[in-house]
Design a protein around this ligand. Sequence first.
Ligand code: PGA
Length: 250
Amino acid sequence: MRKQIVAGNWKMNCDLAETEALLNALKSQIIPESTQVMVAPPYTNLQHAFQSVKDHPITVAAQNMHQAENGAYTGEVSAAMLKSVGIKHVILGHSERRAYFGENNALLAEKVATALRHDMTVIFCFGEELTDRQHGREFDVVKDQLKHGIFQISENDWKQVILAYEPVWAIGTGETASPEQAQEMHAFIRRTIAEHFSEATAKEVSILYGGSVKPGNATEIFGKEDVDGGLIGGASLDAESFMAIVNAFK
Ligand code: PGA
């Protein structure tokens, strides 16, 4: 059975004191056993966050990592460094990384390979831009991102992968894909995985939806057959909103 997951992508928000406050607020809540809850604070707070939630059912993920093992890459952080402070989950391919930091499918394929080599779990993000959808290219774009960004992995590696479909036009805009649009794309993603790998793998992989998920729309989106949860940006910075989303599964 695939997992239900709600992951909070804090992006470049929350200093140490704010991280502590948000984590304390989350820790005071009951986390349903059926749902895996993750938070992804900025690099500087990962070690603190990991220690803080050690005895709680909250997983801490990184928002990015470099593809190389180590070396002269000023400002970068490696998989081994993340692992050394307890982090085993990493978000890769977020649309902001693609748009502002030039991350393309080929680079992401390298990052995915490095993360898997270090036995990390990858939350792999992808999704079309508004113009793609306006031109009816959303399925082609998504297929291309999957084929060139992550389909190089082995069948067995899928156990370490969570997918996050995030249409770029819905991120931070207040505009969400309708539950039907999300379901249509998630079903397409599963079919594409079945074609390239197997039905069994397609059935087992958790596919999250991301893009302006809020307490008011989460239940409807999560209620769709092929939507296994969400990657939450803005609403994950408020404990009450985030927990309402965590509790939105029917
Ligand atoms: P949002 O961000 O929920 O603020 O739209 C989602 C994301 O970027 O993962």
